[in-house]
Structures are given as C-alpha cells and as structure tokens.
Design a protein around this ligand. Structure first.
Ligand code: AOF
Ligand code: ZN
Length: 421
C-alpha cells in the first residue's frame, strides 16, 4: 500500500509526508489514531521509522525508538522526532510518550497539530517544552493530509460522532438498480476493487434492510492475488428495525466478520415471543452478533425509521470512528436528510437505464409516503451542495470524491492521496 518516497526528503514538509506514509501502514486502528514517527538527525536524514499498529500496541514514538535502538544505537541525545500527532502525556493502554522523548534526550519534536483527545489536549506539548524540548507545530503543506488520515479519530474526539462516508454506484441517469431490484455490476471491476479499499480503510460497513434483502451482500474484502481469491471479513452494522432480514442472510454469517444489528427498541420482548426468538436465532448463527435496540426518530409516527443520530452515537461508543455506508437508497437519503454524511465516493458508470421506475440513488418520495410528499418537493435553490474534491477515471467509470461543506479545509486531500499511497 505504501510506496517509499522516491527522493530524499529536502524539507520538513517532505519529512511530514514520509511520516504520514508510516502512519497509514496500519489500515484501521480505531479507536486510536493512525500515527507514524521518524527519528531524524540535524541533516534531516531519516535514521529510524515507526508506526502504531493498534490499541494496546506501542505508540509510534515507542516503535521508532525501539527500531532506532535495534538498527542504529542507544544514544538519541539531540535527535529530532517527526510525529503526525502531539505525543501523549497520559497513562492509557501504554505510558506517556512525552516522558520517553524527554528521558531519551530528544531536542526537537515536529507535529502538525495538538491532539484534541481530552487526556492530552496540549499537555504533551507543555510538558515537552517545560523540559526544554523544542516543539514545532509545522507540517507545512501536509497539515491537511495529516488531518485527513485521522479524520475519523479527529471527528470522533471533537464531536462524539464517527466520520461517515457514503459510497454510491450509479448509472448516468442516477439509478442504482433496475425496477426489479437487480443491482449487481452497475460499475466495472476497477470501481469494485476501489470499494474493497474503502471497506478495508473504514472501521465498519453500514447497510439498510432493503439492500440486504435485495442483494444479500457479504460486505467482506475480496482480492484476487495470483489467480487466487483472498477474502477477509469486515465489521458490519445492519439496520433492520422490524427484524425482517432472513436468518440465512450473509450478514449473519460469522465467517465474514462481526455484525451489529440495530432494531426498534419498542419491539416488545416480553409480549412478543417471536421477537426474542428471532434475536436468539440470529445470535446462535453468529456468535459475534450484537443486537442493539434503538428508538425511532419520531415515536408517534408508525412509518418513522430508527433514529440515525442515535445509531451514529452507538457506533461512536463502540469505538468505530470511520463508517462506510453502502446503501441502499433509502438509508442514504435518510443519512443525507439528517446531515450525517461527511464524505461521498460516487462511482458513475457510462450507462443509461432509461426506466423511470428503476431505483433512484436518493429518492425520499419512496419512503416518506403521500402524506409527507410536501416535504419531498424542493426547488432548485434548496439543493444540498457538496464540495467536488476530485474526479478520476476508473476503467470506463468515473469516481467523484465529494465532501460536506463542513470539511472545506480538507477539500484538496482526496486528489493528493497518491502522495502518500
Ligand atoms: C496511539 N498511537 O502512536 C499515539 C497516540 O490508551 P492508549 O495508550 O492506546 O492511547 C491512545 C491515545 O494516545 C490516543 O487517543 C491519542 O490521543 C494518543 N496518541 N495514540 O494510539 C500513537 N501517539
Ligand atoms: Zn503516546
């Protein structure tokens, strides 16, 4: 996944990029951030590298120090360390990194920004400076990329909500399936390969009931390696308010990874034996299945859906900070209406279905019913607008990367990912 830089770093900015390349060697480390570290000398030569491999494992700084000792020597006096997050100052799963850096005699620490995590939040910087270590908050032109690779962590720590990416695959006329629900292979193999990357780099794949009923997706990661197929599971979240998904569905197959099932909390367990039985059956098939009861958005409305804000909060509480929603149209529409979408990856195939009844990618009128039709009528000045960050050709398809207006500061990132990947 990570290519070595093809030239020697000639500025702090290039070291910043090399540091980010270390950080993203780990795919998903939630609830922790992706962190890389470089130990460099006065000539800005990289002497040792390190990165964080996941909760409970060494922090990047510790990994780099261990690698330095193994590969270079014991004395770190006067060295500089480049880290893509403020060194921690707290006893968490591991001891404070700032103490280690002080003990080892580092003279300079270069970071992009302070860690917003409440246990750190500037204390690491203060402690280092109080001990005479120079701390520079300077990742130059790569400060936004540093924020991008930790967008899940940063949003979760600041807002107690995960980062939500919506993936769409449509025809030119905005259809995700034909009128019979057939949706396989809207886009080509290149786009599907990129969806595997998205699944791998997110902590959890979220889908609605209808997608499961229509497609019975596995939502796992499949890659072709030397003619053989390598499969790995993903964590999945499925919204099935009334427990209508068949027990035999792939989302309940433990071979494809852990699953969270969100259902309507108002379903009466004691009164309705079948609800209890359905939950038990599902847990029997999938030992890692967690069933979570959630309130409806509006209790008085029968048609109303589960409260998506609550589901997002649950995912946050579970330590899942970067969520990929893979449909369907109803869930996507509701997430967009609730203003919960941070990023959209939209694949468009060069095809037209030309059937008005084919399933549209976002279509509120399908589920709000006639009584809510007035809500669905919007004039052109009421459109939801996104920032167009990057457009790329993927085989015959087009990938459009979009961000919500709240993330304008990250708008250049999707087009610059090749710098670190
Ligand atoms: C990491 N890796 O390389 C750095 C982190 O409880 P712990 O020990 O896992 O600490 C997690 C916190 O430490 C994390 O939320 C972040 O604020 C800080 N820095 N974390 O996982 C690292 N440098
Ligand atoms: Zn640390």
């Amino acid at each position: 996944m990570v290519k070595a830089l093809d030239r020697e770093p000639d500025s702090w900015s290039d070291l910043a990029l090399a540091c980010l390349a270390e950080a993203i060697k780990a795919d998903s480390v939630s609830p922790n951030p992706r962190v890389g570290a470089l130990i460099v000398d006065d000539q800005r030569q990289i002497l040792a590298r390190g990165y964080h491999r996941g909760p409970g494992k060494d922090h990047a700084e510790v990994d780099a120090v261990k690698n330095y000792r193994r590969e270079v020597g014991q004395d770190l006096t006067g060295k500089t360390i480049v880290v893509n997050l403020e060194p921690c100052s707290h006893f968490g799963r591991t001891p404070p990194c700032c103490d280690l850096l002080i003990e080892q005699g580092f003279s300079k620490v270069i970071i992009p920004f302070a860690d917003p995590y409440h246990q750190v939040a500037g204390r690491g910087i203060d402690k280092l400076r109080a001990s005479g270590v120079q701390v520079l908050e300077d990742f130059g032109k790569y400060k936004d990329l540093a924020a991008w690779i930790n967008r899940g962590f940063l949003k979760a720590v600041r807002q107690k909500k995960p980062w939500l990416t919506l993936k769409m695959a449509t025809t030119l006329d905005g259809k995700i399936a034909d009128r019979f629900g057939g949706s396989r292979y809207v886009t080509g193999s290149g786009a599907r390969e990129q969806v595997m990357d998205l699944r791998q780099s997110h902590d959890c794949v979220l889908v609605g009931k209808r997608t499961v009923l229509l497609d019975d997706p596995r939502l796992d990661v499949r890659r072709t390696n030397d003619m053989s197929i390598v499969e790995s599971g993903t964590c999945k979240a499925v919204i099935d308010a009334r427990l209508e998904i068949e027990l035999s569905a792939n989302v309940f197959d433990p071979r494809f990874g852990p699953t969270f099932l969100f259902y309507d909390r108002a379903l009466k367990m004691d009164q309705d034996q079948s609800v209890r039985e359905k939950l038990l059956e599902r847990k029997k098939r999938h030992p890692d299945l967690k069933c979570l009861g959630v309130d409806k958005a509006t209790a008085q409305n029968e048609d109303s859906e589960l409260d998506l804000n609550k589901i997002m909060s649950c995912l946050y509480d579970l330590g899942l900070y970067q969520i990929l929603c893979e449909g369907g149209s109803r869930l996507a529409t509701s997430l967009l209406e609730a203003d919960l979408v941070d990023q959209i990856v939209w694949f468009v195939a060069p095809t037209l279905i030309m059937d008005a009844r084919a399933l549209s990618v976002v279509a509120p009128d399908l589920h709000t019913g006639a009584k809510n039709e007035a809500r669905a009528i919007r004039s052109i000045d009421q459109v939801q607008r996104f920032i167009n960050c990057n457009v790329a050709k993927v085989g015959q398809d087009t990938r459009i990367d979009l961000l919500s207006g709240a993330h304008a500061d990250l708008a250049d990132c999707p087009g610059r990912l090749h710098l670190i990947k």
